[in-house]
Write a protein that binds this ligand. Structure first.
Ligand SMILES: NC(=O)c1ccc[n+]([C@@H]2O[C@H](COP(=O)([O-])OP(=O)(O)OC[C@H]3O[C@@H](n4cnc5c(N)ncnc54)[C@H](OP(=O)(O)O)[C@@H]3O)[C@@H](O)[C@H]2O)c1
Length: 465
């Protein structure tokens, strides 16, 4: 800890020694270093060493630099030899008194780059901690602030981040060493905030919806009953705005097939359908209405089973499901008995919704058109994706390692179905009339061209045919 007699250096020395590290405090004066070391040792209850800069640097594996910017050049000259081949953590903010609240970065771009230039290519310089107050660190306890860590050597950055984690600091790899300019500039900004608002020692925190923890599934409230020709994307956008919400980057909007089909005018009056002989056969086997069976035949590429009460079909899109997706529930019967068909191309419906909503909210999202389907060997329907846009419906984890380093072999995750199923928990089939939900925080692979067909098991892999 070069500068370990000072405010930041001593605070770090206390935390590192408490975490079990062997700490060497470096000072321009060996006596002063030893006095500070004895003080820290007393506090943490374990031995701490003190030595002149060069000796402390020579004893260290990772060397922290915590001296004022004005002392940077002379200090680096003192430790240069001793740190060759090592990792040096530069904490310097290039403050130029008396205007410490004004950003005044050096000509090289930032102090950390100057440090790297002075120490030479064999030293891996990592910059960190410019936004953490020494007093807060010294006081112990939790720190409600983050550390930006920059460096050109990823391994060194991660090594430093691991050490920071041990002393209770959440950190982020914020890119190459040149990006230290931003962290160093923030010191002056924080000084301004501290003065202006009497904040004590302000810090910074990285915020993102994802960090709020886990997954959230929010119903889109206040949508109307849809009819043919309605602007579904416009209605969803309005409903979101009216409830003070919006779509955020990475959100997945799940929309019930039924709402999409209604807007796309996919309702058919049974009275207008003339059943063929084949439809009458299916009707006889299943007990369903011949006109309904005619519509199923029109939507299906294959009737796989027809038995009393059930017709299992392969839909023309490739999905295997009951009744070729035909649905009478929540369809108004005013004009006579009406059935609702799936959208003509559910992927295209999802793409259109996505394009309209991305344009409206200015963020990248995923869209899933969902339906509640039964599953072959299990009872109970669950939400399934029948159309997707903006995301890969499968997440291929083959080749990744498990916790013990074993390679995952057959791990294709049906992410789109999982998201659709999560959304269906709040969407409600019956009288809830909630045909859309936002799933926030789901892990998926964004993709511009993927369609739901990727999820369908190829026919030649069907062991039951
Ligand atoms: N304080 C904070 O909250 C904080 C937070 C983030 C980053 N930083 C950065 O950390 C570094 C150290 O800050 P600090 O507040 O801990 O500083 P400090 O207490 O004023 O000084 C740290 C140590 O630097 C050594 N030093 C070497 N040459 C010096 C010189 N010419 N004049 C004065 N001291 C000299 C002194 O140790 P010896 O006399 O034993 O040699 C001193 O104890 C700075 O670059 C600062 O920007 C500080």
């Amino acid at each position: 800890m070069i500068g370990g007699t000072g405010a930041l250096g001593k605070a770090l020395a206390i935390r590192l020694a408490s975490a079990g590290h062997e700490v060497w405090i470096g000072s321009r004066s060996a006596d002063k270093a030893q006095a500070a070391a004895a003080e820290v040792a007393e506090l943490v209850g374990r031995a701490v060493n003190g030595a002149a800069y060069a000796d402390a640097a020579a004893a260290s594996e990772v060397c922290f630099l915590a001296v004022p910017y004005a002392a940077q050049v002379e200090t680096l000259a003192a430790i240069r030899q001793a740190v060759q081949g090592k990792v040096v953590v530069d904490t310097t903010a290039p403050l130029k008194p008396p205007k410490v609240g004004t950003v005044q970065l050096p000509a090289a771009g930032c102090a950390a780059v100057e440090t790297a230039q002075a120490l030479g290519p064999e030293v891996r310089v990592v910059s960190a901690l410019q936004t953490i107050g020494a007093e807060k660190l010294a006081a112990g306890g939790d720190i409600d602030a983050d550390v930006l860590v920059t460096g050109d050597d990823n391994e060194a950055v991660e090594q430093v981040r691991a050490v920071l984690g041990e002393i209770g600091l959440r950190s982020w790899h914020a890119g190459p060493l040149a990006n230290s300019a931003a962290s160093e500039a923030l010191t002056s900004i924080l000084i301004q905030l501290n003065r202006r608002y009497k904040l004590g020692q302000a810090g910074i925190k990285v915020s993102a919806e994802k960090l709020k923890g886990g997954l959230t599934v929010k119903p889109v409230q206040g949508l109307p009953m849809f009819t043919a020709g309605d602007d579904l994307a416009g209605a969803i956008a309005e409903a979101l705005v009216a409830s003070g919400d919006k779509l955020l980057a990475g959100d997945v909007l799940v929309v019930a097939q039924k709402a999409v089909s209604k807007c796309e005018d996919r309702a058919v009056l049974l009275a207008n359908v003339t059943p063929t002989d084949r439809a009458r056969e299916v009707a006889a086997a299943s007990g369903k209405e011949p006109a309904a069976c005619e519509l199923m035949l029109g939507e299906a590429s294959e009737v796989m089973r027809a038995a009393p009460g059930v017709v299992i079909t392969r839909h023309r899109t490739g999905h295997v499901l009951a009744n070729a997706g035909l649905d009478a529930s929540n369809v108004s019967a005013e004009a006579g008995e009406t059935l609702l068909l799936w959208p003509k191309d559910p992927d295209a419906s999802a793409r259109a919704l996505r394009a309209a909503l991305e344009a409206r909210f200015g963020v990248r999202i995923g869209v899933i058109v969902s339906d509640s389907l039964g599953r072959a060997w299990r009872l109970g329907t669950t939400g399934h994706a029948i159309g997707v846009a903006g995301l890969k419906p499968l997440r291929d984890r083959r080749g990744e390692s498990d916790l013990f380093g074993r390679e995952l072999q057959a791990t294709l995750i049906g992410v789109a179905d999982e998201i659709a199923a999560a959304a269906s928990l709040v969407m409600g089939e019956a009288a809830e009339a909630i045909p859309a939900a936002i799933v926030r925080g789901a892990t998926y692979v964004a993709d511009e061209t993927a369609g739901v067909g990727e999820m369908l098991r190829p026919l030649d892999q069907d062991l039951f045919r």
